[in-house]
Design a protein around this ligand. Structure first.
Ligand code: PBG
Length: 328
């Protein structure tokens, strides 16, 4: 009896055949490590809900960056943890604010060996925990916040950031930041826009990491972050950001939004990033700790899936582990 159909198992027979016909791959060149730096500590401070991740001191941050360079990781994204919070998040743009100081330390240590990205937002620095300055109704005032974002961008670029990454989901933020950077002589500073950033329950451990709790209102970001039910809206956000000058765009979180990632990949030619966020990482670690899954295998599967769906690179707390396992 004839079977004219293709036998798909033929090309799965040996590891070498499988390697040869692989359609996508995740490697050390594809990851960016998120790092937290805190101003009032003398020892690195573990984050309970992000096992293996710490709030760094300035010194331990520099050491970590050096280790990442040795492992071949091409980029980091910095988040600051500050005690001095106020209504406008003034520490975010202060030249002596923790992220600016840390950026200078890192630039001194690693030169151009590492792409230095800075998360550009106010929530780590405001006493109310929102991503902007508030209007009378207690929600971020869009245009007043844009002025602050431009100031933060300039402070970060002055301190040596290669890339600023606005994550606040205000309308017009990319255009305002581009104008601010260009006006301050930072034409070379690039913008990675958190374009399709959803109002997700998966940011919980991150908010522990930066000591943020959202005060007042409904205690969430649903008036500015995207509705998880929508995908066309993500394409509108991405189109606006690219038109305003975004050099790269991002989808966040990653795994629950792979359809969005694939749609964004198909719609634009700029590099597309995805953020495998704190909750995604924590779930892998928690289940692995109980022996319920093979953590390393699941981590690779997660990151590989994000690449397959169309990401050029992935912001992930797994960056160091991935690099170590590939070197090992
Ligand atoms: C905002 C910001 C957040 C994350 C990255 N940038 C938190 C938020 O929007 O509430 C989340 C990252 C993660 O969960 O890993 N500055």
């Amino acid at each position: 009896m004839a079977f004219p159909t293709r036998r798909l198992r033929r090309l799965r027979r040996t590891p070498a055949l499988r390697r040869l016909r692989a359609e996508s791959a995740i490697g050390v060149d594809d990851v960016v490590a998120p790092l937290f730096v805190r101003e009032d500590i003398t020892e690195p401070n573990p984050i309970a809900s992000l096992p293996g991740i710490v709030q760094h001191t300035r010194e331990s941050l520099v050491k970590e960056a050096r280790a990442l360079v040795e492992l071949g990781v091409p980029g980091v994204i910095l988040f600051g943890v500050t005690k001095a919070k106020d209504a406008t998040g003034s520490q975010a743009s202060d030249p002596d604010g923790i992220v600016q100081v840390a950026l200078r330390d890192l630039r001194d240590e690693v030169g151009d060996d590492l792409v230095l990205m800075a998360d550009l937002c106010l929530d780590e620095y405001t006493d109310h925990g929102h991503c902007g300055v508030l209007d009378a109704g207690g929600q971020p005032d869009n245009d007043a916040t844009l002025e602050r974002y431009a100031e933060v961008a300039v402070a970060q670029a002055d301190a040596g950031a290669d890339v600023v990454a606005p994550s606040g989901m205000m309308d017009g933020q990319v255009g305002a930041i581009r104008a601010g950077l260009d006006g301050a002589g930072h034409a070379q500073a690039a913008i990675l826009a958190y374009s399709a950033k959803y109002a997700s329950a998966l940011y919980g451990p991150f908010r522990d990491a930066v000591d943020v709790s959202i005060v007042g209102g409904t205690g969430d970001r649903r008036t500015y972050q995207q509705d998880p039910r929508n995908v066309r809206e993500a394409l509108a956000e991405v189109a606006e950001d690219v038109a305003e000058g975004a050099d790269m765009v991002m989808v966040k979180p990653a795994l629950a939004y792979l359809d969005v990632l694939a749609a964004v990949r198909a719609a634009v030619d700029v590099p597309v990033a995805a953020y495998h966020v704190s909750g995604e990482y924590a779930m892998v670690k928690a289940a692995a700790e109980r022996g319920w899954i093979d953590g390393q295998a699941v981590a690779l599967e997660h990151l590989g899936a994000i690449k397959r769906a169309g990401a050029d690179f992935v912001l992930t707390y797994l960056a160091r582990e991935l690099a170590q396992s590939l070197h090992g």
